[in-house]
Ligand binder design. Sequence first.
Ligand code: AMP
Length: 372
Amino acid sequence: MVEGNTIIPPGGRIGILGGGQLGRMLAMAAAELGLHAHIYCPDENAPATEVANELTRASYDDEAALTRFARNVDVVTYEFENVPAETARILSEQGAVRPGPLALATAQDRLVEKTFLAARGIATAPFADVADERGLAAAIERVGCPSILKTRRFGYDGKGQARIGTRGDAAAAYAKIGRAPAILEGFVPFEREISVVVARGLDGTTAAYDPVENIHKNHILDRTFAPATLDIPLAEDACAIATHIACELDYVGVMGVELFLLPDGNARRLLVNEIAPRVHNSGHWTMDACTVSQFEQHIRAICGWPLGAPARHSDAIMTNLIGHEADEWQRRAAEPATAIHLYGKAEARPGRKMGHATRLYPLGTRPPVTSS
Ligand code: AMP
């Protein structure tokens, strides 16, 4: 592996931890740039493996396998945020892991993440630490109700969360999240959910894609509307917040920042919900509506290449194909101006992301956002 700020030219080898669809699309982007992808993951038949140059199938705590992997690549990146700290440490000792350990440690723990943001003056929902059941009562005193109790670690797509409507819900909510160390967040009466995908290069330059609006179904991203319908100052504000976070994390690569837009008198304001230290589902539209996709951008950033311009040439609506929705591939393929991306997963389980379809529209003509 290379050290420090070394640039990786075409022909270089990118190690990717994780073999899901994000790893698959990263590997494909690497190939487009003349780079080789080496996937490291424990799973059989992982979507990324069939498009990668090399595969190591081993667990994330297999030190010997990690060391061999590190010797065989120039840089290591990852497609999921729950890379064990020890895995990241072993690899970092061998050379460049991009994004670096600060981004991983911050994004893996909701309390560390919110504390990090608050210390930098970045607005979030009010929050309090919940170390145990007594701590929950104190947190409810501080944050109030309604609120949401979330496990500090390993929560995603609404898992590890429980709503607290009144104080009387506390015990059941704590049991629901498995009595794990948690954070209590004030419930945000948001109007819309926005996200920004931002890149930061090895030389510190940044590039933010346009903010987009996200609609969730059963806690899973259903559709992304690009761009979000936002007044220009708010759109600029969203990009500035994401860029500020990337700089504060000394980030290298592409990062997703999820925000809530909420009414504030006659105006609106933005709160950060969470950051994802990786390419993001709400950035998939960039594959078809921008010259340089988030996947290519991430590979460029971690290899120390110039970042691509994030400008979009089309408006877009990206629809996730979840579970059996992917069975509709023929209908999707027949839609006008639509690109489909299928991840090669054999079994369409409920809630499983099987692919996505992106429909393009000329700039400024995207249909309005609908909730269903
Ligand atoms: P998260 O896992 O933090 O992304 O939360 C999943 C979803 O729960 C978000 O996309 C929101 O729709 C909702 N949510 C999370 N936190 C809050 C909050 N503090 N107030 C209101 N809704 C929330």
